[in-house]
Design a protein around this ligand. Sequence first.
Ligand code: G3I
Length: 368
Amino acid sequence: MPSLKWRSLAVVCAVASAAASVLVATPAQADGPLRTHAAERGKFIGAALATGPLANETTYRNIAATEFNQVTAENAMKWDATEPNDNQYSFSGADQIVNFATQNNQQVHGHTLVWHSQTPGWVQGLNATNMRAAMNEHIATVVGRYANNATVVSWDVVNEVFNEDGTFRQSFWFNTLGQSFIADAFRAARAADPNARLCINDYNVEGINAKSTAMFNLVQSLRSQNVPVDCVGFQSHLAIQFGFPNDIQQNLQRFANLGVQVRITELDIRMQNPRNAQKDTTQAQYYTNVINACNAVTACAGVTIWGFTDRYSWIPDTFPSECCGLIYDNNYAQKPAYTAVHNALDGGTPSDTTPPTTPGTPTASNVT
Ligand code: G3I
């Protein structure tokens, strides 16, 4: 039986799809914003938002409101922002994002409750009893704050628990509490909000590999123990120099077959400096491929882009020789990647998921 939040969303979707069916009776607005075309498919198109430019830049606010029907707080809902000191909470940034989304008829995906990064030092040094208590209290307080707010519909409960080889990351969470912190976090989040969709989230799990298979096995095991994991987030921090995960659709589908919702949570597609037209073309193709994969998997709820303008991307800070992973440039001009996302959402022509190859060396696509 769908929960209250989901029922209300179901009503919204039914109305939207009814409206969309009416809209589709006449050709959908080809030049409509991304959110219009995503909603016509019953999907979201989202963006991670930063509180600074959201408060201070009109262009940023206008694009964020116009193009997206889902938003994620890039940093404002993380532990270091919401509980910088033990039992001292600060929700100014989180509330700013939630209020903006409410005003613009957008959903909020909460990010993130339990992560090895951006967790204050006072947590990291606790013993097992106190660390588990602090985690449960943090989740109850943060999730509970928005549990009766229809705008906040889902959470990244646990983030990035695996190493690349599929073993568990030796974080302070794992080293102090063992693997049980994962199930405990999900149970605490469900207790705080009976209606929210609860996700486990990671990067480099987009294709079928040791890490994504470890995630698959964990989700299958947790659900067999009735741990409320009902969503898996595939961050999708891609780079054109590393190629495209051509089996992404099959991978999403195998998780969907477990009975969970899947979502692309942090999409950006970086490139090595300098940006040029050829790299833009490859990037646009990769964006098309990701949207097409989500469109093809019914249980894929949508795609969140990790920001939307290169002006405020995390990428240069982390990869100094790389840039330009998003769909608007530093001056808020739409890039070929924007057009690619628009056309893929707007029922655009299905495209081969094989990345462009040099002429004369066609490769068979492994995605039907
Ligand atoms: O808030 C402080 C500010 O007070 C201080 O003056 C400034 C000095 O550098 O730092 C500010 O904190 C920064 C924070 O973003 C907020 O802007 C941190 O230094 C900076 O490291 C942090 O980076 C974020 C990063 O997560 C941290 O790991 C990025 O913006 C954010 O895009 C990135 O997002 C993560 C996802 O949450 C999880 N998946 C991977 C993704 C990319 O790393």
